[in-house]
Design a protein around this ligand. Structure first.
Ligand SMILES: Nc1nc2c(ncn2[C@@H]2O[C@H](COP(=O)(O)OP(=O)(O)OP(=O)(O)O)[C@@H](O)[C@H]2O)c(=O)[nH]1
Length: 205
């Protein structure tokens, strides 16, 4: 079997319905579903990507936005080199409520251990309630990368993940410690197709 190479763990967080699963689906499968059911617990997908000539595998974890479907939160963040914090540009409450998620990020990550990105999703919809400059301002205030996306039209989606990975690769401390903390090494190629509730994969984090 070919060595799996560098695998990075990314995490999607944000309120329920902002489009985390849709962004993941769009990025990994190139598809969009107008009616997705809420995520229960946590889910993940693996995607191979060539970034600036370097082959990288992304293990992308999609968390439930609904409190009642969330479980042991700190473990979600463990070992994540990148966290994507998503809000819905057409639902102001998902933007004004970002404080809760920023507190979580502050509690479970450090700037030296994780690259963070703020994503304003659903830009295809006409009923915008959060302007781009508001997102940008918040991102600047908290030293986050920032991008707007539409999982529906795919606008900005690939770019968002690419920017995040580029930033991670530019910060070798995040993945090249030479102490066995070089991301996650996937041993089974079948893991690339696996999607479900944590399962055996959790042991690899
Ligand atoms: N128009 C439009 N609809 C979107 C977009 N992204 C997601 N949606 C829709 O918004 C709804 C919620 O999307 P999800 O991807 O399930 O949201 P989520 O953040 O994963 O929600 P939880 O699993 O509950 O945390 C679905 O009906 C999606 O089809 C988008 O970019 N544009």
């Amino acid at each position: 079997m070919e060595p799996a190479g560098l695998t990075l763990k990314l995490l999607l967080v944000g309120d329920s319905g902002v489009g985390k699963s849709s962004l993941l689906r769009r990025f990994t499968d190139g598809a969009f579903e107008p009616r997705l059911t809420p995520t229960v617990g946590i889910d993940f997908k693996v995607k191979k990507m060539l970034v600036e000539g370097r082959a990288v595998q992304l293990a992308i974890w999609d968390t439930a936005g609904q409190e009642r479907f969330r479980t042991v939160t700190p473990s979600y963040y463990r070992g994540a080199q990148g966290v994507v914090l998503v809000y819905d540009v057409t639902r102001k409450a998902t933007f004004t409520g970002l404080g809760r998620w920023l507190n979580e990020l502050e509690m479970y990550t450090t700037s030296s251990s994780t690259v963070k990105m703020l994503v304003g999703n659903k830009t295809d919809k006409p009923d915008r309630e959060v302007e781009r400059k508001e997102g940008l301002q918040l991102a600047r205030k908290h030293s986050l990368l920032f991008i707007e996306t539409s999982a529906k039209t795919q606008d900005g989606v690939h770019h968002a993940f690419e920017e995040l990975v580029i930033k991670i690769l530019q910060t070798p401390d995040l993945w090249d410690k030479g102490t066995g903390k070089k991301g996650i090494q996937l041993m089974e190629s079948s893991a690339q197709q696996h999607k479900g509730l944590c399962g055996a994969y959790c042991a690899l984090i």
